[in-house]
Unconditional design. Structure first.
Length: 611
């Protein structure tokens, strides 16, 4: 009990440091990662308020595990296949060439031994996904030609951390005492991977289906955490890294209908633990080593950025990029990356090199990240005049990166989705009904389990990249809540909505949605037209009557927007009505057997609420 106040005070300091430093650094354009690092340095080495940086680091490594799981979730086979040349060609060439050059330079200068130079060189060859994607998003350049090539390189770098982490035990100066034959180690690791694949294919999806039917949200979160940590622990017991286990679990679930829900559930834990990890790196820095070798750091940072920029430019030009695109990419990715912190910390713990050398490498990466915004500002000065090669390309994402994000997959959404898919467009569909997810899969539809009322689910489903958000939910209240949520968080989003009735249509127009359609309007028009034709009216005349009703209805809606729901009653009919009543005059209401709703005579059914 005596240590409880100390634990609480340390937690308060870490949380306070994160809350203060991250927004400041974000505001300065330096990114939250540098903010977390700086907060850790101030709390630990400078103020000496927390001295157990290594212990915190071990716990916070779960943030890296969760990050690799989310990266795995993004790697759907179809998306990898579309980007295969840039990912496995350009990305692999960048990591190998830059890593080899840096490793050789470090070893030739006598800074580290053979094993340490390999880890340091390849660790420095990785760039910061967080920094680069932030710059791309701020310039709306993610979907340009150079933005997609840069993303492909970053994706391969994220994948490269898995074999690099697995390489550390082989290069460790103090290898663990293990008498197990190498062949048996390989067999154990292979068996663990096979078991993980089998569990992901035959156990995980049925488990989530069962939990989804119960509607227990907290159990779904617990199950997501269990999958990630269980896979990571299995790989660790098999002699591989926890990061590899989490990554493989993510890849296995990339095609799952519960992918978006999993990503939304894991994201808060990943964010908190990853922030704690970067702060722990700052806590563990040895400032004495940095002060003692500051001259080396001042020389190493610009040389690192220059070498990486030259390699990136040459490779991009060699693989077909225009000069302007190559310049943009080379000045977007010259920095070290956050995975370098992971690699250097793990290498120091395994004895590949000392903690002092790890602190030195972390300082180099940190300064290179801080200089990235300045490097990006140089790009326009080195670019030539725009030409046709720099035009923006059409979005071509799969899964969560589709052009259309459809929320709700009832009968209305199913019909609309068929039109979109037949037109060759990718659609990300989310629905909160586990039964509907399973049923749709039997008909070949690919939809994801998720609650469209949750902002984190919408983000995980790719709302930031969608061109149109189609709200096809059944209940009026649900539709209104989703639209209000989207408009408050993404005011520039284009919203197409299914409306419940005429009054709901007017409410949606007042909200400013881009397009709305009453769920029964067009089907009712077609039904009426076909009935006229069956009664002997000519096809052309029946179509003309239907078109006239549609135009009059739209004109009345415009009038009702301006004057209220009771406006335009003289526009109900397109031709004179015979004086005979259409319903029994003494009966005030009729009850629809199909819907159970009260309908006033002489009025369209969708005006029942206003009357």
């Amino acid at each position: 009990m005596a240590t409880t106040p100390i634990i609480y005070s340390q937690a308060l300091m870490l949380l306070g440091g994160a809350v203060i430093a991250a927004p400041i650094f974000k505001r300065l354009g330096l990114g939250t990662i540098l903010g977390y690092l700086s907060a850790g340095v101030l709390i630990g080495p400078v103020a000496q308020s927390i001295t157990e940086g290594e212990q915190i680091l071990h716990v916070s490594e779960l943030g890296v595990v969760f990050l690799l799981f989310i990266i795995g979730l993004e790697l759907k086979p179809s998306r990898l296949w579309q980007m295969r040349r840039d990912i496995f060609g350009l990305g692999t060439a960048q990591v190998l060439l830059t890593g080899i050059l840096l490793s050789y330079a470090i070893y030739a200068l006598g800074l580290l031994d053979h094993g340490g130079s390999i880890i340091a060189g390849f660790g420095l060859s990785l760039s910061s996904t967080a920094f680069a994607m932030q710059i791309l998003d701020e310039g709306n350049d993610r979907n340009t030609r150079y933005g997609q090539r840069a993303f492909s390189i970053l994706l391969l770098q994220d994948l490269a951390i898995v074999p690099l982490l697995a390489l550390i035990p082989l290069l460790a100066a103090q290898a663990p005492e293990d008498t197990t034959p190498p062949l048996e180690d390989f067999a154990i690791a292979t068996t663990a991977i096979v078991v993980l694949f089998a569990a992901g294919r035959y156990l995980v999806n049925p488990l989530f289906q069962l939990i989804a039917r119960t509607g227990a949200r907290d159990v779904m979160i617990a199950a997501a955490l269990l999958v990630v940590m269980g896979a990571a622990t299995m790989m660790q017991l098999a002699g591989l890294s926890m990061a590899m286990g989490a990554f493989l679990a993510g890849v296995l679930l990339a095609e799952s209908s519960y992918r978006h829900e999993l990503e939304a559930d894991i994201e808060p834990f990943r964010g908190i633990l990853q922030a704690l990890f970067f702060m722990a790196v700052g806590l563990s820095l040895e400032l004495g080593v940095i002060v003692e070798r500051y001259q080396l750091i001042i020389i190493a940072v610009p040389l690192l950025m220059a070498l990486k920029s030259l390699v990136l430019y040459w490779l991009c030009r060699f693989t077909g990029s225009h000069h302007n695109d190559a310049v943009r990419i080379s000045l977007l990715l010259p920095q070290g990356g956050e995975f370098g912190f992971v690699l250097f910390t793990a290498a120091a713990s395994a004895g590949v090199f000392s903690d002092g050398n790890a602190s030195l490498l972390v300082a180099i990466v940190t300064l290179s990240m801080a200089l990235t915004p300045l490097a990006s500002m140089l790009a326009p000065k080195l670019m030539r005049e725009q030409d046709e090669m720099d035009e923006e390309i059409e979005e071509d994402f799969d899964g969560a990166n589709a052009d259309v994000l459809m929320i709700g997959f009832s009968r209305f959404g199913q019909i609309a989705a068929q039109i979109l898919l037949a037109g060759g467009r990718d659609v990300t569909i989310i629905d909160h009904s586990a039964a509907r997810v399973r049923q749709a899969a039997t008909f070949g539809f690919r939809i994801y389990f998720g609650d469209g009322n949750r902002l984190d689910v919408l983000r995980a489903a790719g709302i930031e990249r969608a061109k149109i958000v189609a709200v096809c939910t059944q209940k009026k209240e649900t539709t209104d809540h989703i639209i209000d949520l989207v408009q408050s968080e993404y005011p520039n989003a284009r919203i197409y909505a299914r409306s419940y009735d005429r009054l709901h249509t007017l409410e949606l127009r007042a909200k400013g949605v881009d397009y709305e359609l009453r769920e029964t309007f067009e089907s009712g028009l077609l039904f009426g037209r076909k009935t006229l034709e069956a009664l002997g009216v000519g096809d052309d005349e029946a179509i003309a009557i239907m078109d006239d009703i549609r135009k009059r209805d739209e004109a009345r809606l415009v009038l009702q927007e301006a004057e209220g729901i009771t406006a335009g009653r003289d526009m109900l009919h397109s031709r004179p009505v015979r004086p005979e009543p259409l319903v029994k005059p003494k009966r005030e209401v009729d009850h629809s057997q199909e819907t159970g709703e009260r309908i006033l005579p002489g009025l369209p059914a969708d005006e029942r609420e206003s009357a």
